[in-house]
Design a protein around this ligand. Sequence first.
Ligand SMILES: *Cc1c(COP(=O)(O)O)cnc(C)c1O
Length: 391
Amino acid sequence: MRSFFPPQRILMGPGPSEVSQRVLQAHARVTIGHLDPSFQSLMEETKAGLQVLFKAPDHVCLPLPAPGTGAMEAAIMNLLEPGEVAVIAINGQFGERMADMAERAGAEVIRVEHGWGEPIDLRKVEAALWARGAKVLAFVQAETSTGVHTDPGPLCALAREHGALSIVDAVTALGGVEVDVAGWGADVVYSATQKCLGAPPGLAPIAFGPKALEAIAARKTKARTWLFDVSLLMGYWSGVGGRTYHHTAPINAIYGLHEALCVLFEEGIEASIARHRRCHEALAAGITAAGLEFLTAKADRLPQLNPIKVPEGIDEAAVRARMLATHGVEIGAGLGPLKGKIWRIGLMGASATPLSVRTCLTALTQALMAEGFEVSLKDVLSAVEARLADG
Ligand SMILES: *Cc1c(COP(=O)(O)O)cnc(C)c1O
């Protein structure tokens, strides 16, 4: 075998996003034991950092050794017991995944279906919550498969009114748009390192609120997961004066997450959100100048995930392949019913910069020209510069 050296890329898809040298170098620091006192203080700092980032001072926050899907599984398997009712709002691939998991937990799942590209409809969710005593309401804040944003506040309030616990998928949201767990009164919220947090994939920050922990303590059956059983995990992540071995934390990955949190707090959470918005607006100006359209209505758009309709007669995959070959720019394809119909341009974390907006639009415009689409690179780039100059 030979060493693997990855090619140079600019990651502008649905995740993973760019990782800075600073965060990569943190991963390269020497490995120590996971029960070493200095590693335990790193764990404490990481937990505290996540509480600040989630705005969840009363929640237990920790990073699970898993991609975002692991945190989704942790939320669902811990909160649901066989026979309990879960209302799942579905408006894209990740809502579908939650419903599948809730079925595997043995729950009775009430699916509240929406078209892909539509925001979640409060009235439809409310009607489902009236149906039967639901234990859980679960939904996705930032649907990465469609680029749709849903405001979690009103949905969490609805869950509370009906005595249900809320699960919010904030995988793509955290760091890119407002996440305010305490303000929403959300019970379980989770994310992942490789979207807007600027670290490689592999860890999934999750926050469990007091009501969720009470419900977990009152379970009649064991959670259908061992690795992600919160009651067991807490002995490892919060055992005061002596932690019990549960699993071996991915030590170097936690160095990386800790460094990514340092970077984020130096910039400021609000400033990071503003940067995502500003880059999105510049990208949107270029997209419009190119004669392309968004899949989503303006009010529902996520800055960090831009779904762009593929024009009639253009080979969707050929455009992506050319962008990768000529500029090293990776963008995403459509999923499920949107396959072949949209491109997904990510502006997440360290990928949300004016430089990557310019590079991505240059690569896209040239690839479209090669496909015979009429577009002026000069017009596209001047629209971007005009928008950026606007602030
Ligand atoms: C990426 C993503 C996930 C899954 O995360 P993985 O790290 O790929 O397992 C879940 N929900 C949403 C909204 C996502 O964007």
